[in-house]
Design a protein around this ligand. Structure first.
Ligand code: GH3
Ligand code: MG
Length: 333
């Protein structure tokens, strides 16, 4: 197939990719936008800070092209800030500059850029380079998707959950949001295996996973399979009250998990533990290590889940976590 701007988009597999253009000169930005349109959807920003806010607000992009010299923020600083959020394989960045300066180019790569081109920009070269980055990103996404999923439930596996949860934690901390960490354990799951067979047990796992996935499908929510019949989820919301509202909705969805086993409609019940962390009062939330804090929250949610078990199963117990406790724990780890 002849490689032209018009058929490049078709070359990039899957969904239409989204390219972010960051350039403070209006006319250059408009021109770049036009040049990149054949490759996918283009979102453009005159101020790098607005571009970062867009990424923080869950704006998904597949590649970034940015100028080096901008009034509000230097391209290298912008690149550094994007890298605090996303790694090089996940989100490629191409920086361009009118300065043919190897030192500056090195600075850009050191800050996490994937590519560098000099002005004046040849549109064809720009399109070809971005196309390569989009293809690499698409392959990376496919590999990640396979590596991150649990084969039976199709939810994130434990490792992937922690990775995604840490990213959501950082986002929530920046916004002073509240976070709910949920642990779920199927009640008497062994009974389904022992009575109806292992395949029936697998069906129960899949059904519970499907229900929980639907309850944690919003932006800022992550759901995974933690171990055998245990599931884990994280939800970020503006206030403790909004986390509580989500928990109530969740309780209703969980109440309605039914499955036919040997022709009999059977209700599956779960014991649930929730740890809630309010980061609006955590002045230093940005300095807390996300993974360590999430591990602390898991321990707290686990305690709550065991209270649910001890109290007769089929119930939810939650606790608002003392910020000091989590920070001390994270600091000691
Ligand atoms: P409790 O109410 O206290 O949670 O008891 P339980 O029976 O749910 O918990 P227990 O830990 O005794 O049993 C969990 C069982 O889950 C044991 C294990 O063989 C089974 N299991 C783990 N992974 C899978 C799986 O992928 N498929 C099936 N069918 N069974 C699994
Ligand atoms: Mg169980």
């Amino acid at each position: 197939m002849e490689l032209t701007a018009d058929n490049i988009a078709a070359e990039v597999s899957g969904m239409t990719p989204c390219i972010m253009v960051v350039e403070d000169d209006d006319s250059t930005r408009a021109t770049l936008k036009e040049a990149l349109k054949p490759l996918g959807r283009v979102v453009d920003f005159g101020n790098p800070q607005d571009a970062l806010s867009y990424l923080d607000g869950h704006g998904c992009v597949d590649a970034i092209i940015t100028d080096m010299m901008m009034k509000e923020m230097h391209g290298v600083e912008f690149c550094t800030q994007v890298r605090e959020r996303f790694n090089r394989d996940f989100l490629p960045i191409l920086i361009y500059s009118s300065f043919n300066d190897p030192q500056l180019e090195k600075l850009a790569f050191d800050a996490g850029a994937n590519d560098f081109i000099e002005k004046p920009i040849s549109f064809f070269r720009l399109q070809m380079r971005i196309q390569v980055h989009l293809q690499n990103k698409s392959l990376y996404d496919q590999l990640q998707e396979t590596a991150q999923r649990d084969g039976l439930s199709q939810l994130f596996n434990r490792h992937a959950f922690l990775e995604h949860a840490a990213a959501e934690f950082k986002r929530a901390a920046r916004m002073g949001y509240c976070m709910g960490l949920y642990l779920f354990d199927v009640d008497h799951f062994k009974h389904y295996n022992d009575t109806y067979g292992h395949l029936a047990g697998d069906k129960v796992i899949k059904l519970v996973a499907k229900t929980l996935k639907a309850s944690f499908a919003r932006e800022g929510e992550v759901i995974g399979r933690f171990a055998g019949d245990e599931f884990i989820a994280l939800s970020t919301s503006p206030t403790p009250a909004s986390v509580d509202a989500h928990t109530s909705k969740l309780a209703k969805a969980v109440e309605d998990i039914h499955i036919k086993l040997d022709g009999v409609k059977t209700r599956i019940t779960l014991s649930i533990g929730v740890a809630i962390l309010d980061m609006s009062i955590a002045k230093s939330a940005n300095h807390v290590e996300p993974l360590e804090t999430i591990k602390q929250l898991i321990e707290q949610a686990d305690e709550q889940m065991y209270i649910s078990k001890r109290n007769g199963r089929d119930q939810i117990h939650s606790q608002l976590i003392d910020q000091q406790l989590v920070q001390q724990g994270a600091g000691a780890a």
